[in-house]
Design a protein around this ligand. Structure first.
Ligand SMILES: Nc1ncnc2c1ncn2[C@@H]1O[C@H](COP(=O)(O)OP(=O)(O)OP(=O)(O)O)[C@@H](O)[C@H]1O
Ligand SMILES: Nc1ncnc2c1ncn2[C@@H]1O[C@H](COP(=O)(O)OP(=O)(O)OP(=O)(O)O)[C@@H](O)[C@H]1O
Lengths: 216, 216
């Protein structure tokens, strides 16, 4: 089984340690701040207080035997870069680095980081994407005879799969998407309807009315 | 169509403005730092330099007409909290707040924020989750006769859908998942195979060999 080390126990590093540990993996949690290391002592399989910009200190804790190291040092970009360089020279097979900005990313990629993560940019994009998708689904107007409606799932639908319900054949209606809580699902034929679903349908107004009537 | 405002043009705020604008929405980009506002002037539909902890300044730029405001102020937790309070009092219908820590989250939720985001914790969890999922798929051993293998997609498979390939009927093999680049896909019947896929299969060793032979 692969072994992991997380360097830098800020919010990102802490989440990685917690989730990997939950997934049943051995995680070595490292930080130069002893308070942060103490906080992780009960969670991680191993911990150590170490300044990772110090190559001999890293060797002493046996980092070379770790398969995948995640560098989660934050503001101290130079420390993050130096740590990445040392890990590469020690032959670590996989290195993931959390980066602060484009300069930071360019440098660590050049040094051989296998993967970089920029949390703010990633979550900003995902929030906006979710907003855009939700809104598209709520206000598309079609022509005079065709509409786009959102209906609440009915108890009559629960348990049906999309393919079994066969709206296309029976009502000439297309299921554009299913809203389940905050998620938007592009349904596959075997998607099963649940009580909490909202169905986004497109079709002729008369057909949509027929189907809504059946649902009630 | 809904209108948006983003307060705080750091990495997170900037991503939200860029993606919402790409999605065709009107976005008002705000920050008290004029350099950051200038950077967004070509992207956002409207910009303004404003200290959002100042209620009259917010009123002056007409924030009350905005449907959804995203508060993306970072280190200045008190400014973020004060801004959230003001927005709530001005009757803004939807408020999303990027939070620094649990204290920050608790306070803004109490003040009525509809949604909070903590980028580092979210991306840390997702990275770890991706690692765990990938690893489970790589080393599950079954019993003496049944194996779990990973095979490269072959040109023979490209264009087939899962349902058309019908491995279950033809070879008594189950496709557990498809690895496409960094993603793991739980395939639906109409999933189409591509050149870059890796197929994760489970079945009797003899059947797996037959299928591998066919692929080559
Ligand atoms: N040379 C180093 N060796 C070991 N740990 C270090 C080193 N430099 C910084 N760290 C640790 O990295 C951790 C994360 O850094 P910091 O708190 O600056 O990042 P952050 O961006 O706020 O983190 P996050 O955003 O994940 O909450 C800190 O706990 C810090 O002690
Ligand atoms: N009272 C305020 N009014 C308007 N803008 C503000 C106010 N306080 C802070 N800001 C702006 O919020 C922006 C983001 O804050 P900051 O850079 O501290 O966060 P950050 O956490 O580094 O951002 P990110 O993580 O998204 O890159 C800054 O550009 C700052 O000028």
């Amino acid at each position: 089984k692969k072994t992991f080390a997380v360097i830098g126990l800020g919010r990102f590093g802490t989440s990685v340690v917690e989730e990997l540990t939950k997934g049943g993996f051995e995680v070595l949690a490292l930080d130069r701040n002893s308070e942060r290391v103490d906080k992780m002592a009960k969670t991680a399989s191993h911990v150590a207080v170490v300044d990772t910009s110090d190559e001999s200190a890293l060797k002493d804790i046996g980092i070379q035997s770790i398969d995948h190291v995640i560098v989660a040092i934050g503001k101290d970009i130079e420390d993050s870069i130096l740590t990445t360089l040392i890990l590469k020279e020690l032959g670590i097979k996989k290195i993931t680095v959390k980066v602060q900005n484009e300069y930071h990313e360019k440098v660590v990629r050049r040094l051989g980081a296998d993967e970089v993560i920029q949390p703010e940019r990633v979550t900003g994009r995902r929030l906006a994407h979710k907003i855009v998708t939700n809104n598209i689904l709520e206000f598309y107007d079609l022509n005079e005879h065709y509409s786009f409606i959102v209906i609440e799932s009915s108890s009559k639908l629960v348990g049906y799969t999309v393919v079994n319900l066969d709206l296309r054949a029976k009502y000439d209606i297309n299921i554009v998407a299913i809203k389940r809580g905050d998620d938007v699902i592009i349904p596959s034929p075997d998607e099963v309807f649940t009580e909490q679903d909202q169905l986004l349908l497109v079709g002729k107004n008369t057909d949509l009315e027929k189907f809504s009537a059946w649902c009630e």
